[in-house]
Ligand binder design. Structure first.
Ligand SMILES: Nc1ncnc2c1ncn2[C@@H]1O[C@H](COP(=O)(O)OP(=O)(O)OP(=O)(O)O)[C@@H](O)[C@H]1O
Length: 232
């Protein structure tokens, strides 16, 4: 399949074992998952079922033990990493959104977003201008000069999404992005992610326990004991 038409995320038979011998934990076992451009997929499963492990493997933070991982049609891991500069791949192709936004407390909203771009080589002026555009796009532009401690939970999460979008990644991974938000704010965040998927043709995978947003996904999948099952 060519890179142009392949799903942006292809997980094929991925396994991951932690430790060795009698204490080894098989966190993932033969997991297959594809996420296409414009698609928003939810990933649920009980505690310890392997959700974070899978997210970290797709983010190229954690090495699988078996299988194949392709991003944008390119093989990234098949027994070994196939990309020389993983840090650059993560910076350019993957946006990560965490449960507790992880914004830097001493930078205002604009600079939290701009920093992601300057680290990737953009000059400060360009980065700040794009950061302000992104904050406007995510309806939090009026808080551009506020430090994280002065933001509400929903505002901080939207700044964190702006930061994840800063380098125009095609793959966006989110770990419980709405867990700290009430229903209304959770829906706003999910609607924004859906908008991003549609307008930027990004593939979005969201780990969530949050039943109030289950209807916001194109598709839900579930992990159980390291194995993936479709959810009706
Ligand atoms: N670094 C590690 N070393 C050893 N075992 C690990 C490590 N990371 C995860 N595990 C184990 O792998 C399994 C899957 O863990 P993982 O964190 O992926 O689950 P999860 O579904 O994200 O759980 P939660 O919903 O509680 O965050 C668990 O049994 C966990 O204890």
């Amino acid at each position: 399949m060519s890179g142009a038409t392949a799903p942006l995320v292809q997980v094929e038979g991925i396994g991951r074992v932690f430790g060795a011998g009698e204490t080894a934990v098989r966190a993932l076992d033969g997991v297959d998952l594809s996420v296409g451009a414009g698609e928003v997929v939810g990933l649920k499963g009980p505690s310890g079922s392997g959700k974070s492990t899978l997210l970290n493997i797709i983010a190229c933070i954690l090495e699988p033990s078996a299988g194949r991982l392709l991003l944008g049609g390119e093989t990234v891991w098949d027994g070994a990493w196939r990309v020389a500069d993983l840090r650059r791949l993560r910076r350019e192709r993957i946006g990560f959104i965490f449960q507790f936004h992880n914004l830097l407390p001493f930078l205002d909203a604009t600079d939290n977003v701009a920093l992601a771009m300057t680290l990737a080589g953009a000059d400060v002026g360009t980065a700040r201008a794009r950061a302000r555009d992104l904050l406007d796009y995510l309806q939090v532009g009026h808080r551009a000069t506020a430090k994280p401690a002065r933001l509400s939970g929903g505002e901080a999460q939207r700044v964190a999404i702006a930061r994840a979008l800063a380098n125009r990644p095609r793959v966006i991974l989110a770990d419980e992005p709405t867990a700290a938000l009430d229903s209304e704010r959770a829906r706003v965040v999910m609607d924004l992610l859906r908008q991003v998927a549609r307008e930027q043709q990004a593939a979005i995978l969201v780990v969530t326990h949050d039943e109030k947003i289950f209807d916001r996904f194109d598709r839900m999948v579930a992990l159980r004991d390291g194995r993936l099952e479709a959810v009706a």
